[in-house]
Design a protein around this ligand. Structure first.
Ligand SMILES: [Zn+2]
Length: 67
């Protein structure tokens, strides 16, 4: 095993699942809490289908902005 610098199968699986996790994030509306689904980690400013405000952000963006 020499992928992603992993020395054991466990580290390899961890590296892979880490990449998968980084590619999509759960996205929520910061106004009404509507669960938008999965999207790009830097997704933000998407119009919420529930309340109509451009407040849908990826979880990572929400955590960064401290809401
Ligand atoms: Zn909303």
């Amino acid at each position: 095993m020499d992928f992603f610098g992993a020395e054991t199968e466990e580290q390899f699986v961890e590296a892979i699942s880490g990449q998968v996790y980084d590619s999509v994030q759960d996205c929520f509306c910061t106004e009404c809490g509507y669960y938008f689904g999965e999207g790009e980690p830097d997704l933000r400013g998407i119009t919420c289908p529930e309340c109509g405000k451009p407040a849908v952000e990826a979880l990572e963006e929400i955590l960064i902005s401290g809401l």
